[in-house]
Design a protein around this ligand. Sequence first.
Ligand code: SAH
Ligand code: SF4
Ligand code: F3S
Length: 435
Amino acid sequence: MTQPKKLFIKTYGCQMNVYDSERMAEAMGGKGYVQTDTPDDADMILLNTCHIREKAAEKVYSELGRYKGLKAEKPDLKIGVAGCVAQAEGQEIMRRQPMVDLVVGPQAYHRLPELEAKAREGKKALDTDMPEEDKFEKLKSRPKAKRGPTAFLTVQEGCDKFCAFCVVPYTRGAEVSRPATRIMAEARDLVERGVREITLLGQNVNAYHGHDKGLAGMIRELATIDGLERIRFTTSHPNDMDDDLIDAHGDCDKLMPYLHLPVQAGSDKILKRMNRSHTAEEYIRLIERLRSARPDLHMSGDFIVGFPEETEQDFQDTMALIEEVKYGSAFSFKYSERPGTPAAERPQVPETEKDDRLQRLQALLKTQQRALQDDMVGREVSVLFEKAGRMAGQMVGKSEYLHAVHVEADDVAIGDLRRVRIDSSGPNSLSGKLV
Ligand code: SAH
Ligand code: SF4
Ligand code: F3S
């Protein structure tokens, strides 16, 4: 028997890249590759990259630099770049780092096995097409091996929104939804393999139209699968939040009371310049409607500070919006100029100002996050156990609000869903006892 070849994949960026990396590893499994968790013994290294901010993209080049020694020692080692930097920079990557053998974009990775074969012949292999064919149809069916209790499932890809700061519409292409029947089949397979919680993914997931009743219809149908206990979805755009999806938060028990709904900014002037197509007030009203459907809903968001021409007053409007909404968690970033996007051409806010705003914004978000977490003390939550804790007999899982929860119990297994009464709140997690 021939020795299996080893594939090392390093994943950057969003959850969709995590899902894509799984699918690429599976595709390479068909060519005799097994995954390894170190680059040192790999026959192929694949970086699945993110282009969203300048720092994310630069990381790729510095990471590639680190593999120079390995490549010199082992000329057979193949190095590939996948993901959004691959899409955005294409051939430029091979010019900057000649040791790269293969470049594959996010819509072409079903062709990875062919590209690897080409690279093995000593040729440079590049594919950043956005073909009409559906890559998911071309990818072989997924393996049947047991797996952990949570999984991502991509239902929609691409974006037609063209926010003025964002590269995603260029790196992921136009919005495409996968057919509902395929999603159901993939979800059933995942559940058979031990999955109890599925997070539906899309760059604009609530614009999903592969089900005749939209994302809400898809969620309700998924909820009929026995053994699937929890459903989440991310990332949504406020303008695609329809009535049915709002109602689903109230009437679909398996849909978790946690919603990631980025707003980016709280000033109408900035929202307009960002091309977000809604006002701060509309966003707040939307959250009120969601909370009347599901009063215990925890909100999560994304914020950008220092967008071109953002004044201190605009920034204060963002702070006021945060005060009003109260977030259970959030991601916040300094605006980063992305070549080719409209905002990159506009007058920029000085870096020191961006730093200062980010600090103030993160301090506020952190206080809110901690307050909502501390508020769990004395309450009963459901916990899906994902792994053993650091101490003997300890298990760690996630509550419906995505808080990490530690429990001491020797009769809990990974994949169990149990009621827990929370008795303390630490810096990053909760602890409690089984009910
Ligand atoms: N599709 C999602 C997420 C897009 S990327 C959405 O519509 O919200 C994730 C986050 O990165 C964005 O929500 C935004 O907050 C941030 N982001 C995107 N482009 C950025 C840029 N040029 N500079 C700083 N942050 C950016
Ligand atoms: Fe980017 Fe805006 Fe599309 Fe989100 S909605 S992916 S921020 S263009
Ligand atoms: Fe990054 Fe591409 Fe995701 S740019 S955030 S990996 S869609």
